[in-house]
Write a protein that binds this ligand. Structure first.
Ligand SMILES: *[C@@H]1O[C@H](CO)[C@@H](O)[C@H](O)[C@H]1NC(C)=O
Length: 229
């Protein structure tokens, strides 16, 4: 669920770029301050509560997207598509009869601990992976800044590894089903497609074996990139 919340907030930030006029209205209307950050639910009843709030939030944003209008139509379409996906996955996580909901509830306490320790578990590992990636450049950081040619790849690796690390941690702590829940949500939201261009992904797939990553990290990365297929 925190993943969903994080994604929502990420989407929200994008949304703020969509239109300045929308920003003020959406801030006050869609995101009531007493609601965020959402505490991670631990029980079915808490899930119901959070689901209700999130649905209202997502509906509100979708309505604004309908009404706002924007000069950049393709960006707007992209945002709408993203929220449509968020809405679908959210409904599935919240729907009592769905497999995703049942699996989620069955793993909720352990998933919570994995997600809440995400930074502690993955921060240094992610740093280490990015450092190895950078070492392939003779003049190190020069190419890797926001305008550099390798930024897309670097950013993609960062996001992909970070998620793969969370999934691996969930597998260790909670078991395979917990990992699969995370991967399913990531896949269905097209989450990585926002961080990874096709070129960056293909190039990284080719690089994984040649870079000096740990074996486990290579396996994790391949698995996460395979989600796209
Ligand atoms: C994540 O962990 C690192 C290392 O312990 C720390 O420096 C950083 O502030 C943490 N970030 C967050 C968002 O907690």
């Amino acid at each position: 669920m925190l993943i969903i919340v994080l994604l929502l907030l990420t989407g929200y930030v994008d949304f703020l770029h969509a239109s300045v006029d929308c920003e003020a209205v959406a801030l006050s209307d869609c995101l009531p301050s007493e609601f965020f950050p959402v505490p991670f639910p631990e029980t079915e009843a808490e899930v119901d509560f959070v689901c209700l709030k999130l649905k209202v939030y997502v509906d509100c944003i979708r309505n604004y997207l309908e009404e706002c209008g924007n000069e950049d139509a393709s960006f707007e379409e992209q945002l709408k598509a993203r929220y449509e996906k968020i809405d679908e996955v959210l409904n599935d996580v919240c729907e009592k009869e769905s497999k995703l909901h049942i699996d989620f509830i069955g793993n909720i306490k352990c998933l919570k601990s994995s997600i809440l320790s995400h930074n502690d578990s993955c921060y240094y590992k992610t740093e280490a992976v990015l450092k190895i990636y950078k070492q392939r450049f003779p003049e190190q950081t020069e190419h890797i800044n926001k305008n550099g040619i390798y930024w897309d790849e670097y950013f993609c690796l960062f996001e992909a590894y970070d998620i793969s690390c969370l999934a691996a941690d969930a597998a260790n702590r909670c078991g395979l089903q917990a990992k699969n829940i995370i991967l399913e949500i990531v896949k269905r939201l097209n989450y990585l497609e926002y961080s990874c261009s096709e070129e960056a992904r293909v190039e990284l797939m080719n690089l994984i074996e040649t870079l000096n990553f740990e074996v486990q990290d290579k396996i994790q990365l391949k698995e996460i990139f395979n989600i796209f297929n």
